[in-house]
Design a protein around this ligand. Sequence first.
Ligand code: 2HA
Ligand code: ZN
Length: 275
Amino acid sequence: MAKNAIYNINCIEGFMRMCNDGWLQGWHERNGGNLTYRMKAEDIEACRPYFKEPGEWVNMGVQAENLAGEYFITTGSGKFFRNVEIRPCESFGIVEINEKGDSWRIVWGLEGAKPTSEFPSHFMNHSVRKAATNGANRVIYHLHATNVIALTYVLPLTDRAFSRALWQSATECPVVFPEGVGVVPWMVPGGADIAMATSELMKTYQAAIWAQHGLFASGPDFDITFGLAHTIEKSAEIYWKVLATGQPVLQTITDDALRAIAKDFGVQLNEAFLD
Ligand code: 2HA
Ligand code: ZN
C-alpha cells in the first residue's frame, strides 16, 4: 500500500509506534485493546491537508463539554494492533468531536471502519484527565495486560489492595503512580456504564484496572502512558513470580520504606493506602 506523508507526522508516527510496541509486549491478542490521543492544535494543522470529506455525526451515548471541538486519533473497532503498521488507514483514524461534545465524525482513516468499541470509556477518561491535569493529559490506553488481569482473580477488588500489591512489588511504583490505581469490578465492556465507572476513578488515578479484562492508563504523551502501563504490568509480573515460588514472603517494601521513597522523590503518596 502506498504510504503518504501523513505517516511522517509526529503524532501519527508516535501513535503507530505505541500500537506496535504494545503488540510486541503481548498485550493485544486479536482485536484486544485500544488507543486514543487528543490532538494538539499543531497536530491538527499538520494532518488537516490529508483530511477527507467528513463522515456523518455519530452519537456516543456519553457527553463531555470540555472535549467539544477536539480531534482524536483512535484505533478502530475490531481492528488488530498487529496490523496497524501494515494497514494503517484501515486500522486507525482521526475523529472530530461536535460542539455539544456528544458525537464524533471521521475526518481521516478508519476506512470501512469506526472508532474503537471502547470510545465512550476513552472519551470520558479524556474528559476527567484533561480536567484533572489542567489540559496536560492527551493519551488514554487500554491493554489486556496479562499479569494484571490474573491478579484480579486472587486479590480483593479494591483500590487499596491493588495499589499496595503493586507498590510493594517494585520500588519505582510509588514514584510512578503515587496516588495508586483504581479497580472497576467486572462489567460488560463497550458501553456508557463502564465508561462512567472508569472515569469516576480516573478523577483520582492515572490508571484503572478492569477486573478479569485489562488496564486503562493515561498520560500527557505516548512515552509516559506506555511507561505507566509497562511499570504496572511488570510489577504485577513480579508479584506472580514471587507467588509462584510457593515460598513464604520473608520481606517486602514496608510502609515506612514507601514513605521514605515518596519523601526523597518528592511525590505525595496516597496515605489512605498506608498503614
Ligand atoms: O477492542 O479490548 O475492551 C477490544 C477490547 C474491548
Ligand atoms: Zn479490552
